[in-house]
Write a protein that binds this ligand. Sequence first.
Ligand code: SF4
Ligand code: SF4
Length: 313
Amino acid sequence: MPDAKTEIHEIVVISGKGGTGKTSLVAAFAALAQNTVFCDLDVDVPDLHIILRPVDRMSTPFMGGNKASIRSDACITCGQCHEICHFDAIKWQDGTFFIDPALCEGCGVCVALCPQLAIDFPEAHCGVWHISDTRFGPMVHAALVPGQENSGRLVSVLKREARALAKREGFTTILCDGSPGIGCPVISSLAGATLAVVVTEPSISGLHDLERVAGVCRHFRVPVGVVINRWDLNPEGTTDMENACQKAGYAIFGRVPFDAAMAHATAQGLAATETDAPLGHTIKKIWQTIVTFRPAASATLRPFIPAAQTPLD
Ligand code: SF4
Ligand code: SF4
């Protein structure tokens, strides 16, 4: 855990899959957080801005990877690039070759091979990242151009900028809305995090998803705590999940009941904790547990489904 004098507490809220209510909870935490920078790392489908309603301070293009492009005036139509491209990105039409940018994976093989040096290889414009202000504090967020990849790299850029902003302006905490699943963006989200909060639901698949994403956290030695959302839809499943978490050494930060007030608040562009819904008190207690949580130095996290093959164990 961070030395309060020198390091910033970086909390990443993740879930094993989409649809667990993660972003609504992050927004509810944001309304309670003090001295915090917010960061939307769910770059493939960012939606924290719907509730936080950021006002742009600055925008910066995100350049990621390269895309090949044929200069037709230099091309002698020998066809060597067409034959070598493994991604079928080089097309023949109306007597010329051209490259479909949506299919080009940026491997650079055709650029190296072309006898006429007729293929350019510029950096691709993949999206835009922003530093903004919200009613709760500053926010770092981004939008990828549809169809672009490099989301893991964009997550790293956002984290770097959130840390720089926190240091520059004296913030002590970064609260991140991470991506669902266990792919590249989640792995980038967890790099250097001081705490992972996993939002899950009480079901067999929820337990499995929790175990998979907690396996990634274990691999990167990030302490794990769990919030069980809509727990009252399956009280027995909730108890089973909490027992499994205790055995595995995962902290349990709390249970959030199903409440239509959460959806109503989101529809109005508000965090649930900005309304007078009773749900807000529950979330407030959970947030206080999260920000005061310090794992024991000797804490060891274990898989809680012994037979499961977690991806990185
Ligand atoms: S390898 Fe170069 S010269 Fe040959 S078709 Fe491709 S771009 Fe044109
Ligand atoms: S850079 Fe690679 S993927 Fe793109 S067109 Fe050339 S060979 Fe195909």
